[in-house]
Design a protein around this ligand. Structure first.
Ligand SMILES: NC(=O)c1ccc[n+]([C@@H]2O[C@H](COP(=O)([O-])OP(=O)(O)OC[C@H]3O[C@@H](n4cnc5c(N)ncnc54)[C@H](O)[C@@H]3O)[C@@H](O)[C@H]2O)c1
Length: 409
């Protein structure tokens, strides 16, 4: 079988473990990594010395890479802000594009991607790995099999614990210009799950939220943990030099990327919300109430879906690093006749609750996708636009924002 050729733009932490290494090892029979592009030569050199079994050409110029190296599919894994630039360029160059979530960070960039895909003969795939976690797939299948009748309301609440939540406020994610805010960067996963599980399209959004724990809300601050005078009293103090990877990868690249991996979580420049509540009205009539707090005492999600004939409840607790469910309560479906069934999802292997590995198999080995888990650009748009609308609503006295207005331009 001819191997498909892939090039990566954005040789960071995620691309290393999700794409570069798996392509070059687990999937080497069907896939081949032929080039990488990044603003950081340090990052690309690390891939060639420490990640890949044999080195590949590296490029600081994306246009040069496209000109010099033939490939089929572009994988976009830069910081979120730059996804759209490369997705559009990739499509124009006649490549299929696989992009990490969020597809992009605002409505203008979103429209550019949808237009470019329409004009091309190529396809954008958004890697919504959460769809591939066994409990999420099972919930989707139960709802789509009509177990609950017509969906009327969905409640999804997703606290992030202090360890995981704080990690976003140490990094580029804490600046809206790079991530769009957590309602886009993080909640794109969650909004996509709901859109996909109930097979509906969001119509309008209202939200409230704030920055109440990190950033200016904190008790003291410094630029970064290294050299911080508050380190003895700060529960968020970390010495990133204790991890060998950081010493070889993120720290030596700081001059090239401007990315400080241990930015103070109370830094004054932080300009994204750390908690929010979002209401979504769907075209088909369902209503979603959603919340996220990035400074919670536990992490996981609580999901309640009320239909006309049944109700589904699910609670999943995560250890933020291995995503092991801490309480295996199963997916409970209750019916109006008083019956109650507990569905136990199969245990997943690999990262993100068992989502990463089956997604990699689908991307790099092909095969059937009976549950529609491979998402396209429209699904990428439908999820980020909820976050974009939520931001606009928060900035405008919680007004309802219509998604169709965002798509009009
Ligand atoms: N699906 C998931 O579960 C998951 C998990 C982690 C990250 N991600 C996504 O993966 C992407 C990368 O995240 P990460 O954690 O690897 O971040 P990272 O900062 O480690 O990597 C980003 C890489 O992009 C490079 N870069 C930045 N600006 C660039 C530009 N203009 N042109 C070319 N390269 C540029 C950086 O030098 C870096 O190597 C993000 O979009 C993030 O949302 C997804």
């Amino acid at each position: 079988m001819a191997r498909k050729k892939y090039a990566i733009v954005g040789a960071g932490g995620r691309a290393k473990s999700m794409f570069a290494k798996p392509i070059a090892t687990t999937f080497k029979e069907s896939a081949e990594l032929v080039a990488i592009c990044d603003v950081s030569q340090v990052h690309m050199d690390y891939y060639n010395t420490d990640v890949l079994p044999s080195p590949v050409p590296t490029y600081k110029s994306f246009d040069r890479m496209v000109k010099e190296v033939p490939f089929d599919t572009l994988i976009v894994t830069t910081r979120d802000r730059f996804h759209s630039d490369y997705i559009v360029k990739g499509l124009k160059a006649g490549k299929n594009v696989i992009t990490e979530k969020p597809m992009t960070i605002d409505e203008k960039r979103c429209r550019a991607i949808l237009d470019a895909e329409k004009k091309s003969r190529k396809k954008v795939t958004v890697t919504f790995n959460y769809r591939w976690a066994p409990p999420a797939t099972l919930i989707h299948n139960l709802v789509q099999a009509g177990e609950l009748g017509d969906v009327v309301t969905v409640d999804m609440h997703w606290p992030l614990d202090l360890r995981h939540g704080a990690s976003y406020f140490r990094r580029w994610h804490s600046h809206r210009e790079f991530s769009g805010g957590l309602q886009i960067h993080k909640s794109t996963h969650h909004f996509d799950l709901v859109n996909w599980m109930i097979n509906d399209v969001p119509e309008k959004v209202s939200a409230q939220g704030g920055l109440d724990f990190y950033g200016k809300a904190g008790p003291f601050r410094n630029d970064k943990c290294r050299g911080c005078p508050h380190q003895k009293k700060c529960q968020f103090y970390i010495d990133i030099r204790n991890w060998e990877f950081n010493n070889k990868f993120y720290i030596p690249a700081e001059k090239e990327t401007g990315y400080i991996f241990d930015q103070c979580v109370f830094h004054e420049s932080i300009n994204v919300e750390d908690n929010y509540q979002v209401m979504v009205q769907y075209k088909g009539g369902a209503r979603l109430a959603y919340s996220l707090q990035a400074f919670a005492e536990w992490e996981g999600y609580r999901l309640e879906i009320q239909g006309t004939t049944g109700r589904l409840e699910y609670l999943e607790r995560h250890d933020t690093h291995d995503w092991e469910a801490k309480e295996d309560v199963g997916i409970v479906v209750m019916k109006k006749d008083g019956s109650r069934q507990v569905h136990t999802p199969p245990k997943g292997e690999g990262g993100h609750g068992g989502g990463d590995l089956p997604l990699q198999r689908a991307l790099f080995e092909g095969g059937k996708d009976p549950y529609g888990r491979l998402a396209g650009a429209q699904a990428g748009a439908n999820s980020i636009l909820v976050g974009v609308a939520a931001t606009k609503s928060m900035q405008n006295n919680n007004a309802w924002v219509k998604i169709s207005d965002l798509l009009k331009g």
